[in-house]
Design a protein around this ligand. Structure first.
Ligand code: ATP
Ligand code: ZN
Length: 225
């Protein structure tokens, strides 16, 4: 990995991976198959793409270990890192929502007073219920949150929802949305980039903007690598 190159972190293996790779390729960046690698060097731009767990991306960006990252807005909302959103990327669209069992008597959030709420997003959940002045018991689990109502341990869950299919499969329904989320491009708030790197970053951002506005000037054959 060349240190003078820009570094961009994306999720190694998850819901954002394929869309992030496609997005970068549609901006004309050429790089090898990412699946077995920890990083790829772009062939046609001084950029290293680094593959990591999505939860680690804000830390790496904040500390300057990488210059840029692609991550769900939800991860930032939950972790409060000192990074800034350069642009929304229009994929990874989902929402953090409160869901209850299909057959629950609860109709409005207020009725969740003292409820047991399972989530992987304790900070966002705490903040939401505090603002609404509703005391609840928040229990943190790292995954498969949707199963907890069926196990009889949760009255409600707070989880990311995209299509709602997983909720429906688990006999759950949404009663409230806490926030919307999508993939975003982030950079450190206090990064001290060299002038060369700043120029490179601006070039890259300009390309990304073109892709997003649908006026990428790149020839089509470059889009399919
Ligand atoms: P990692 O192993 O990298 O920690 P993960 O299991 O935490 O992965 P994924 O489930 O792959 O994360 O989700 C990555 C991101 O995809 C989420 O943080 C969110 O921004 C976005 N996303 C979009 N739709 C959904 C959905 N239905 N459920 C969960 N995440 C979604
Ligand atoms: Zn994660």
């Amino acid at each position: 990995m060349k240190n003078t190159n820009l570094k961009l972190a994306i999720q190694k293996n998850g819901r954002l991976t394929e869309d992030a790779v496609n997005f970068l390729r549609s901006a004309g960046l050429q790089f090898e198959n990412y699946k077995q690698k920890l990083f790829s060097s772009c062939r046609n731009f001084p950029l290293e793409i680094v593959y990591v767990r999505d939860d680690d991306i804000p830390d790496y960006v904040e500390s300057g270990a990488v210059d840029l990252g692609i991550v769900g807005q939800n991860i930032l909302n939950e972790s409060n890192k000192d990074v800034k959103n350069i642009m929304n990327l229009n994929f990874g669209i989902c929402s953090l929502s409160i869901a209850i069992p299909e057959n629950s008597d609860v109709k409005v959030v207020k009725q969740l007073i003292n409820a047991r709420i399972f989530t992987s997003y304790p900070n966002s959940t705490k903040k939401y219920f505090k603002k609404k002045n509703i005391p609840v018991n928040i229990i943190v689990v790292s995954g498969s949150v949707e199963i907890t109502p069926a196990l009889g341990i949760a009255d409600a869950i707070v989880d990311l929802v995209a299509t709602g299919r997983t909720l429906a499969l688990n006999d759950l329904r949404i009663i409230e949305k806490i926030y919307d989320s999508q993939a975003i491009l982030i950079t450190g708030s206090k990064n001290n980039l060299s002038e060369e790197k700043q120029i490179l970053m601006q070039k890259l951002i300009n390309r990304f903007k073109k892709v997003l506005s649908g006026i990428s000037s790149l020839p089509v054959e470059k889009l399919i690598i």
